[in-house]
Design a protein around this ligand. Structure first.
Ligand code: DGT
Ligand code: CA
Ligand code: CA
Ligand code: ZN
Length: 575
């Protein structure tokens, strides 16, 4: 069983309950559990095998009731509550729920009024213009429905980087166990750390390709085999993803690694460089005019033979990497080990599932020197946002906790809401008391572009705002970024000395790689934060680092690589 399967069931249960107008706390509990499960680094199956239902109950956000539902799903592949709820609603309606921008309430309305029971039928209906003019269905709303349909089509069949990595991991482990496998490299977009992954590409060197082929196609993760040749195979995995495997000889390993890592555009450029010299490049090597192999045993040679500095996989996107490599100006990309702390997370003072102490202990274990606790403010009621008074009380708790911690530091932070007019949810008097103020948009996402841009810039102009959290608000495959002039926001960050966040939460990765790069060019500093709601989620930092690397960032571009003293100085520079 995949964790994502049970997470999806919990999400859907929450949606059904919402539709029925059930208890909001119950709904929230399902959503929280689903979110926690999605970012869990271990497989629920394994946890259950090792510790039974008691171990499930220890997971954040999973109580008696939900642990029983997980157990039932592991044992029988079914959850009764879910099946019952589904039966209460018509099947056609369930199909509509798959559109990201369509909430259960609107879906139900459309279903009842127009008897549409499929995504295709809804698209037709929306395009016909019949929806416009209905109460509650302006041009904006129908546009959003179409956007949601497009979004669903576009990401269809693609997987989040985090999902693909988690899925590839056990496959890599299984393949490495095969005796016939000498070298193994997961290549393709996965190696380039692209934010969504179409399929997995494995490269193997072996003296016995036939053995590798049969080993690969009989992996437990394989659903069915599409192609099985002498050195190539393609399979469909049980999660619906395709995986390709290629076997090459040792002397071609570098050329094949380069070829199968891509991107396609990057590969084509290398071929053109070869042509200019009268050479030929393929996945088997670099060959001279006489057809003799003159390079390609190592990947390094794929660059050095052309007088280029080595280009890390994350940069192979035809975004100026060849020019930089020729000038020997490839950046020294940030590494996970450079991270010294995490500046966005939630505790049980708002919608987190753990105490401040537990978050600190977990971060300490990861080798961090500090964290900032940044609970929500009052306007974000659904996420347990605190009043000013509750927040000031939390600060006292943090002081008390810090006195007990040896050297590790919990910074006093807050994730304050940016209200529709760009003012903040807490007064300056209160914000002043925090060491790290993150400002974020959590409501009124559908503003006009110029208004949204003004709203955010006004927040950046507040001298207590250190950081803009998840600057575009996107959820990959679920919600488009809000309409905002990101260039103007980056310029405002520069002018006001505000740091921009790379939110490492797997479906956010916000800022995206390209925006990070632009921020760096303009001279804006960044912070990579996990936005964790439980200790286990702290591990998602790696996805943020991957995004930063694709954004050409170095250690010096990211403030949470600094020791706490220097960090606090940077944070204090606006005040
Ligand atoms: P994906 O799977 O859509 O997330 O993206 P990739 O980049 O993994 O693409 P994929 O799986 O089609 O191919 C893996 C790599 O193989 C790709 O990055 C570059 C190389 N490759 C595939 N087809 C071609 C091609 O037609 N020309 C060249 N030059 N390289 C190719
Ligand atoms: Ca691929
Ligand atoms: Ca492929
Ligand atoms: Zn937030």
């Amino acid at each position: 069983m995949e964790n994502s399967e049970i997470a999806k069931i919990f999400w859907e249960i929450s949606e059904f309950l919402e539709l029925k107008g059930d208890n909001p706390f119950k709904i929230r509990a399902y959503q929280k559990a689903a979110r926690n499960i999605e970012t869990l680094s271990q497989n629920l199956d394994d946890i259950y095998k090792r510790g039974g239902i008691a171990a499930l109950r220890e997971l954040p956000g999973i109580g008696q009731d939900l642990s029983e539902k997980i157990e039932s799903f592991i044992k029988t592949g079914k959850v009764d509550t879910y099946d019952k709820l589904r039966r209460e609603f018509p099947a056609g309606f369930i199909n509509l729920l798959e559109i990201p921008s369509l909430g259960p309430k609107t879906a139900m309305l459309l279903y009842k009024k127009f008897k549409v029971g499929s995504v295709a039928a809804l698209e037709k209906l929306t395009r016909s213009g019949k929806l416009e003019g209905l109460p509650g269905f302006g041009t904006k709303k129908t546009e959003n429905i179409l956007k949601g349909i497009n979004l669903k089509k576009r990401v269809k069949g693609r997987f989040l980087l985090s999902e693909a990595l988690a899925y590839a991991e056990p496959i890599v482990a299984e393949l490495e166990k095969l005796k016939a496998v000498d070298r193994l490299l997961p290549a393709g977009s996965l190696r380039r750390r692209q934010e969504t992954i179409g399929d997995l590409d494995f490269l193997v060197t072996s003296k016995d390709p036939a053995r590798v082929m049969s080993g690969f196609t009989s992996l437990p993760q394989v659903e069915r085999t599409l192609v099985k040749g002498g050195t190539k195979a393609s399979v469909i995995l049980k999660n619906g993803m395709q995986a390709d495997l290629r076997v090459v000889k040792e002397k071609s390993f570098g050329a094949a690694a380069h070829y199968f890592t891509g991107s396609k555009g990057h590969n084509i450029h290398i071929r053109q460089l070869a042509q200019k010299k009268g050479w030929k490049v393929s996945e088997y090597g670099i060959f001279n005019t006489a057809g003799k192999q003159i390079g390609g045993r190592t990947e390094q040679e794929m660059f050095s033979k052309f007088g280029l500095q080595y280009i890390p996989p994350e940069l192979r996107e035809m975004r100026g990497e060849f020019e930089a490599a020729a000038k020997r100006e490839i950046p020294e990309l940030i590494e996970p080990i450079d991270i010294r702390g995490d500046l966005q997370m939630h505790s049980d003072h708002s919608d987190g599932s753990s105490t401040i102490e537990a978050m600190a202990a977990a971060a300490n274990k990861l080798g961090y020197e500090y964290i900032a606790i940044t609970d929500h403010t009052r306007s974000t009621r659904v996420a347990g946002g605190q009043t000013e008074k509750e927040f000031l009380k939390e600060l006292e708790d943090i002081d008390r906790i810090n006195r007990k911690l040896n050297g590790f530091r919990v910074l006093k932070g807050v994730e304050v809401d940016i209200l529709p007019d760009g003012t903040l949810d807490f007064s300056d008097e209160v914000l002043k008391r925090a060491e790290v103020v993150l400002a974020a948009v959590h409501s009124n996402f559908k503003m006009e572009k110029s208004k949204m841009t003004k709203r955010i810039i006004r927040a950046l102009e507040n001298k207590y705002v250190n950081l803009l959290a998840h600057p575009t608000g996107r959820l990959i495959g679920k919600r488009e970024p809000y309409e905002v002039d990101i260039e103007a926001v980056i310029q405002a960050a520069k002018r006001t000395g505000t740091v921009l966040e790379i939110n490492a939460y797997p479906e956010r990765l916000d800022l995206s790689d390209l925006h990070c790069r632009r921020a760096k060019e303009v001279g804006v500093l960044l912070a990579i934060n996990t936005d964790s709601h439980s200790p286990l989620q702290l591990g998602t930092m790696k996805y943020g680092v991957m995004t930063a690397r694709r954004g050409w960032l170095e250690k010096s571009d990211v403030i949470n690589t600094l020791p706490v003293g220097k960090l606090l100085k940077i944070l204090a520079r606006k005040r």
